[in-house]
Design a binder for this molecule. Structure first.
Ligand SMILES: NC(=O)c1ccc[n+]([C@@H]2O[C@H](COP(=O)([O-])OP(=O)(O)OC[C@H]3O[C@@H](n4cnc5c(N)ncnc54)[C@H](O)[C@@H]3O)[C@@H](O)[C@H]2O)c1
Length: 435
C-alpha cells in the first residue's frame, strides 16, 4: 500500500522569515541552478538516490524521480525581515557569495523584497529592526502575517506554500503557561503575553493558513504544545529545530563511529570563531544559551552514557562560540576530542574545520521546503520526525528521545520515502542472499 500523494502541480511559494546569509545563499543557489550555472550540490532531494528492493535488483532511482517533488522551476520566494534590503543587497552584505556569482542573477534577487517583520528586540538584542509591523496586539500582528501570506499566494499564483524560519536565533525560552494549549496561546496573543516570541507568531500564522512550518534556528517556535496541537488539528506538517551544519554535523558523523567501536570519550571541547550577523546575535549570552542547549544535547543522546557508563559516564562536553568580525561567514572551528581504548589507554583527535556555514545550510533549506511540501501533499500532519536528518535538535513526540545519529536519521528518512511509495523497507538483514 502506498500513500495517496497529491501531484506537485503549479507553483510552490517558499516563505522565509529572515532574509540574511542563509536565506539569500539558498535563493541565489536555486536561481543559479535554474540558469544552469551550477549543480545542486549537497541537496538530497536533487542529487541523492534511494535504493529499492534487493541489492541484486540494482534499482536506485534519484529521490526526485521516486517521490513527486516540486520542480525547482516552480519555486517562488517571499520573505520578511526587519531590515528592508532586497535579497541582492542582503546577499552582498552577508558576503557569503562572490559578486561574480551574484551579478548574473541580480534581477531575480532584487525582485525579492522583504515584507515588514514581526520583530521584538527583547528576543534579538543585538539587532535594530526598522522595517517592522505595527499593531496594538500580537494577534493583530499574526493577522498581518496571514494577510501577507494570502496576498502572496494570490499575486504569485501559488498552488502551495511552505515556510522555513531562517531568521536570527531568539533568546532562550522554556515553554510556559501561555504555550501549553491553543486556548492559552490565543489568549496570550490577544493580551500581549511577553513569553510569546515572534517566531511563534510566524508559526501560528503559517499553520492557520495551511502552510507547513520548518524551523532552522534553535528557538522554540512551533515546538510548543499549543502549536503542535494546532498543526494536528489543521493537518499541517511542522518540523525543527536548528539546521545541522558545521561542527554539530561533524559531531553526529563522528560520535556514532566512536560508539560503534566502543571507544570511550571523556572530553570534547569545541570552539568556534565566526563574524557574520548570526555570530553577532549569538554574542548576546541569552541568544547563545538557546544555541548552546541545542549544540550540547547531541553527544549525550548519541553516546547514551546511561547504557555505557564505563565509556561515556565521565564525558565533559564544552561548546564555545566567539564573535570575531574579520572572519565573516567563513567560520573556523576547533575540536579537541579525548578518547580512550583497550586497557584505558588515552588518545586524542583534533579537528580544524574551515567551514562556510551558509553553504552548508542552503541545501538544507531547499530539501526541507520540498520535503515539507511533499509531506503536506501526502496528508502527513504534526511533527515530521523523519526530517531529523536536517536538524541539531530534532523535534520529537513527548516521551521519546530524539535520534541524533546522522546515519540512523538518513535511514529513517529514506525508509519513510519507501513507506510513502509502498516499497519494501530496507532492514540491511540480507540473510536471504545466503539461503
Ligand atoms: N548558517 C548555518 O549554518 C546555520 C546553522 C544552524 C542554524 N542557523 C540559524 O539560521 C538562522 C539564520 O542564519 P544566518 O546566518 O542567515 O543569520 P543572519 O543574521 O545573516 O540572518 C538572519 C536574518 O533574520 C532577520 N530577522 C531577525 N529577527 C527577525 C524576525 N523576527 N522576523 C524576520 N526576520 C528577522 C535579521 O534581520 C537577519 O537579516 C539563525 O538563527 C542561525 O542561528 C544557521
Amino acid at each position: 500500500m502506498s500513500l495517496e500523494i497529491r501531484p506537485a502541480e503549479g507553483k510552490l511559494g517558499v516563505l522565509l522569515p529572515g532574509l540574511g546569509a542563509v536565506a539569500t545563499t539558498f535563493i541565489a543557489g536555486v536561481e543559479a541552478i535554474r540558469k544552469g550555472r551550477t549543480e545542486p550540490l549537497g541537496s538530497l532531494t536533487q542529487t541523492g538516490t534511494v535504493r529499492l528492493g534487493k541489492r541484486t535488483e540494482n534499482r536506485s532511482p534519484k529521490i526526485r524521480d521516486f517521490v513527486p517533488l516540486a520542480a525547482l522551476d516552480d519555486v517562488v520566494f517571499g520573505a520578511w525581515d526587519p531590515i528592508p534590503d532586497d535579497a541582492y543587497e542582503a546577499a552582498r552584505k552577508a558576503g557569503v557569495l562572490q559578486p561574480e556569482d551574484l551579478d548574473p542573477i541580480r534581477n531575480e534577487l532584487e525582485a525579492v523584497k522583504p515584507w515588514p517583520a514581526v520583530f521584538d528586540r527583547r528576543f534579538v538584542k543585538k539587532l535594530e529592526g526598522t522595517h517592522v509591523k505595527q499593531g496594538a496586539t500580537l494577534m493583530e500582528k499574526a493577522e498581518a502575517l496571514r494577510a501577507d501570506i494570502r496576498t502572496f499566494r494570490e499575486e504569485r499564483g501559488c498552488d502551495r506554500l511552505v515556510m522555513v524560519w531562517c531568521a536570527s536565533t531568539e533568546t532562550f525560552l522554556q515553554a510556559g503557561p501561555a504555550h501549553q494549549s491553543l486556548e492559552a496561546f490565543e489568549k496570550g496573543l490577544r493580551e500581549n503575553d511577553p513569553t510569546i516570541a515572534p517566531s511563534m507568531i510566524y508559526a501560528y500564522a503559517a499553520i492557520l493558513e495551511g502552510v507547513p512550518f520548518a524551523n532552522g534556528a534553535p528557538n522554540l517556535s512551533a515546538d510548543i504544545p499549543a502549536l503542535v496541537e494546532l498543526a494536528k488539528e489543521r493537518n499541517v506538517p511542522v518540523s525543527g529545530k536548528d539546521f545541522k551544519t558545521g561542527q554539530t554535523l561533524m559531531k553526529t558523523i563522528l560520535a556514532p563511529g566512536f560508539k560503534a567501536r566502543l571507544l570511550g570519550v571523556n572530553g570534547w571541547f569545541s570552539t568556534n570563531i565566526l563574524g557574520n550577523r548570526d555570530g553577532e546575535v549569538l554574542d548576546d549570552p541569552e541568544s547563545f544559551k538557546t544555541k548552546e542547549e541545542s549544540k550540547l544535547s547531541v553527544l549525550h543522546t548519541i553516546l547514551q552514557p546511561h547504557l555505557y557508563p564505563e565509556l561515556y559516564g565521565s564525558l565533559y562536553h564544552k561548546v564555545r562560540i566567539n564573535y570575531y568580525p574579520p572572519r565573516g561567514d567563513n567560520k573556523e572551528s576547533w575540536d579537541n576530542i579525548d578518547i580512550f581504548g583497550w586497557m584505558g589507554y588515552p588518545m586524542s583527535i583534533k579537528i580544524n574545520f574551515l567551514c562556510r556555514d551558509s553553504i552548508l545550510a542552503a541545501p538544507i533549506v531547499l530539501d526541507l521546503a520540498l520535503f515539507m511540501d511533499l509531506a503536506n501533499r501526502a496528508g502527513m500532519r504534526g511533527i515530521q520526525e523523519w526530517l531529523s536528518f536536517y536538524y541539531k535538535s530534532p523535534v520529537h513526540a513527548p516521551g521519546l528521545y530524539p535520534e541524533h545519529d546522522l546515519f540512523i536519521q538518513l535511514m529513517k528518512l529514506k525508509n519513510t520515502l519507501r513507506w510513502m511509495r509502498g516499497e519494501e523497507l530496507i532492514t540491511h538483514l540480507g540473510i536471504e542472499y545466503y539461503d
